[in-house]
Structure formats: structure tokens, C-alpha cells
Ligand binder design. Structure first.
Ligand code: NAD
Ligand code: ZN
Length: 253
């Protein structure tokens, strides 16, 4: 992967990106695994090490896998939840929390990440499209609770007695419709969308920035690599989120 230093980014691109941020009243942000890469959170593929290397993610993160072997799936998530707890937000997460404070109600951050690092960095106008690893939810009722770290197998729901499961969206499952609709509205109304650290392959999140373009807004992509939306965006900053985002907010008071 090419990872240029942000100072090596074209200065006029940086200046234009800063101007777009300052001028926008409504800003919608989409993040993916790339913004957490520098916090040491592995991508799905990278997470398949050691004992788990024999499995495909689809065979662990799906309703069928959970039905087949709930204990194994539970233990895989317990390990991921521990990894995430041991990690910390990086300057990319912090910069987005700062941008939210400047834009107030005109700001929304939709993330595909399940690591909870945006919330830990202080983001509040936040939609976790794919759920959160640090939580379990009931398979039957609406109960959501912190991940029961001591459990080595899925415990019963304290409310209704059905089985708890990780509070994440699995392969083959729909995103929670309220979360998706709120995100779609924010991107459709945004003057500016920032698309950060996502391969823009996983729908329906990948299409969110297209709603901004269709509504006449601008889209800035921050990713060291090209993605399927690179050719469509207003501006591309080919650098790491943890360096580019703080640089974009420099001098913004
Ligand atoms: P992805 O792994 O498909 O793509 C990551 C993207 O980030 C790539 O395009 C890569 O070029 C870019 N990238 C890498 N390092 C970067 C950096 N320092 N700064 C900016 N960009 C960087 O991730 P995705 O698009 O989020 O889709 C994967 C799916 O897997 C999602 O649905 C997500 O829920 C899940 N997932 C989440 C986590 C997490 O919570 N941190 C981790 C792994 C997978
Ligand atoms: Zn329940």
C-alpha cells in the first residue's frame, strides 16, 4: 500500500479540502476499517490468525455459523472484543470528534466499524451501522447490554431468557433500518461528505456518498488506495486518516 506523508499531498488539494470543510453547513462522514488500522485493529482478513486461520469470516460472522456452533462464534467475538478494548482511538478519530464540535447539528458520522473507537474519541452524533463489538443483544427481545466478558458461551437474556448474541450485523443480515435511513438522509442533505478508510465495496454503506453527489454536494475521499468511488469523488486525498484529518483541521478555529 502506498502511504504518502500528508505534507507530500498536493498543497492545493489540501487547501481545497480545508475550504470545503469550512464552507459546509452540513457534513456527513462515512468511515471504514482503514481509520482504525493505525489503532492496531486488524481488518477481517488480518484477524484470521492462529487458531482462527482455518475459518473464513463468513463462517464465523453469520446467523448460520451461530446456529451451528454458538459457543465457537461467541469465543471468536470475545477475543475481538478484548482486542478492541486494548486498543485506543488515534488522531483520526479525535479529529472527527473535534469537527463535530465545530459543526454541531449539521454533522453526522456513520461508521461501518464495530470497534467503538469513534465513541471513545468523543463522537456523539454517531451511527454505528454495523453495531458494536462491546455489546451483546438478545436474539428475541430488544435488550442490549455491555459484552459479558466473563461468559465463555452465550448466556441467557436477563429480560426474556432467550440467547444473547454479539450486537453486530452479520453476513446476510440487513442493517437496522432506522440507522440506515438516518444516514441516507444526512448524506442526501450534506454539502460535504467525507469518505474515510473504506474500500467502498460493502453495500448499502458504499452508496451513501453517491447520495451527496446526487444532491449537489461535494465528496472528499481519504484513502491511501484507490476505490470504486475514487473516479466519482470531488477530491481525493491519498494519505492515512490519522495524518490527513488533523492536517485538514489545522488553523480551523
Ligand atoms: P476494508 O477492510 O474493506 O477497507 C479498508 C480501507 O481502508 C481500504 O480501502 C484501505 O485502502 C483503507 N486504509 C487502510 N489504511 C488506511 C489508513 N491508515 N487511512 C485511511 N484509509 C486506510 O474495510 P471496510 O470498507 O470498512 O469494510 C469491511 C467490513 O468489515 C465492514 O463492514 C466493517 O464492519 C467490518 N470490519 C470492521 C472493523 C472495525 O470495526 N475496525 C475491522 C474489520 C472489519
Ligand atoms: Zn431478551
Amino acid at each position: 500500500m502506498s502511504e504518502p506523508d500528508p505534507v507530500a499531498l498536493n498543497p492545493s488539494d489540501l487547501a481545497r479540502a480545508r475550504e470545503l470543510i469550512r464552507a459546509a453547513e452540513r457534513v456527513a462522514v462515512l468511515t471504514g476499517a482503514g481509520i482504525s488500522a493505525e489503532s492496531g485493529i486488524p481488518t477481517f482478513r488480518e484477524a484470521q490468525t492462529g487458531h482462527w486461520a482455518r475459518f473464513r469470516p463468513e463462517d464465523l460472522a453469520s446467523p448460520a455459523a451461530y446456529r451451528r456452533d454458538p459457543e465457537m462464534v461467541w469465543q471468536w467475538y470475545a477475543g475481538r472484543a478484548r482486542d478492541v478494548q486494548a486498543a485506543a482511538p488515534n488522531p483520526g478519530h479525535t479529529a472527527l470528534a473535534e469537527l463535530e464540535r465545530r459543526k454541531g447539528e449539521g454533522f453526522l458520522l456513520a461508521t461501518q466499524n464495530v470497534d467503538g473507537l469513534h465513541a471513545r474519541a468523543g463522537s456523539e452524533r454517531l451511527i454505528e451501522l454495523h453495531g458494536n463489538l462491546a455489546q451483546a443483544r438478545c436474539e428475541r427481545c430488544a435488550h442490549v447490554q455491555p459484552w459479558p466478558g466473563e461468559a465463555t458461551a452465550p448466556p441467557p437474556c436477563p429480560v426474556c431468557g432467550a440467547t444473547l448474541r454479539p450486537n453486530v450485523v452479520w453476513f446476510g443480515e440487513y442493517l437496522p433500518s432506522a440507522a440506515l435511513e438516518a444516514s441516507q438522509l444526512a448524506f442526501a442533505q450534506a454539502d460535504l461528505a467525507l469518505v474515510i478508510g473504506t474500500s467502498s465495496l460493502v453495500e448499502p454503506a458504499a452508496s451513501l456518498p453517491l447520495l451527496t453527489l446526487r444532491g449537489g454536494g461535494a465528496v472528499t475521499e481519504i484513502n491511501p488506495d484507490q476505490t470504486p468511488i475514487s473516479a466519482l469523488v470531488t477530491l481525493r486525498l491519498a494519505g492515512r486518516a490519522s495524518q490527513v484529518l488533523p492536517a485538514l483541521l489545522e488553523d480551523y478555529v
